[in-house]
Design a protein around this ligand. Structure first.
Ligand SMILES: C[S@@+](CC[C@H](N)C(=O)[O-])C[C@H]1O[C@@H](n2cnc3c(N)ncnc32)[C@H](O)[C@@H]1O
Length: 174
């Protein structure tokens, strides 16, 4: 009984602690994901989607079903294990146990997905811009539920906001 309580307590503590680093685990709705990939951004084989806070992996798996490659960064080890198990027969998807704030996007990234939270969404877009500047290429940013006031939308629907984030102009050295 004590062992069971200890295990349940540890699992709850992991979920509670991850909230200190970003949005809590709440999965995107499957029908909303499919609609976004039908109507807003049509994934192709050449795409690489990165989900920053990939939860149970469902967005990466949906992207892979459409032929794209996908990487999920997730801070909660329980969710990484679950995602890897769900993707065990899907070679186009990988999941990394990582705090995305301290990672770099792979060079092949074409689109970043997030279901973040209102506090962080602006900072997330700035982070994507830092990555776009490092890679010297534009990167699409698909945000579930939260829009960003000072960025120009490419398109949106009732659930999603799609931005194309350009690299910052780097100052030329004198
Ligand atoms: C709202 S859920 C979204 C899950 C998934 N993207 C989806 O849409 O179904 C946010 C996820 O981000 C994870 N997370 C929060 N902060 C993070 C961070 N700094 N680095 C990596 N993952 C993070 C949480 O553990 C949680 O699983």
């Amino acid at each position: 009984m004590i062992v069971a309580l200890w295990i349940v307590g540890s699992i709850l503590a992991i979920f509670a602690l991850t909230v200190l680093r970003g949005a809590p685990y709440v999965p995107s709705r499957s029908q909303d994901i499919e609609k976004a990939f039908d109507d807003l951004y049509r994934l192709q084989d050449s795409d690489m989607l990165v989900d920053i806070g990939s939860g149970d992996g469902k967005v990466c798996l949906a992207a892979a079903r459409r032929g794209a490659r996908a990487i999920g960064f997730e801070i909660n080890p329980m969710l990484v294990l679950l995602s890897r198990w769900r993707a065990r027969r899907q070679p186009r998807v990988t999941f990394r146990l990582a705090d995305f704030w301290h990672t770099e996007l792979p060079r092949e990234t074409t689109i970043v997905y997030t279901f973040g939270d209102g506090r962080d969404i602006q900072r997330m877009a700035d982070w994507v811009q830092t990555q776009a500047t490092r890679l010297q290429k534009p990167i699409y940013f698909l945000s579930y539920a939260f829009g960003i006031s000072d960025r120009t939308l490419v398109t949106r629907n009732a659930s999603y906001f799609l931005y194309e984030i350009q690299p910052s102009l780097q100052q030329s050295k004198p």
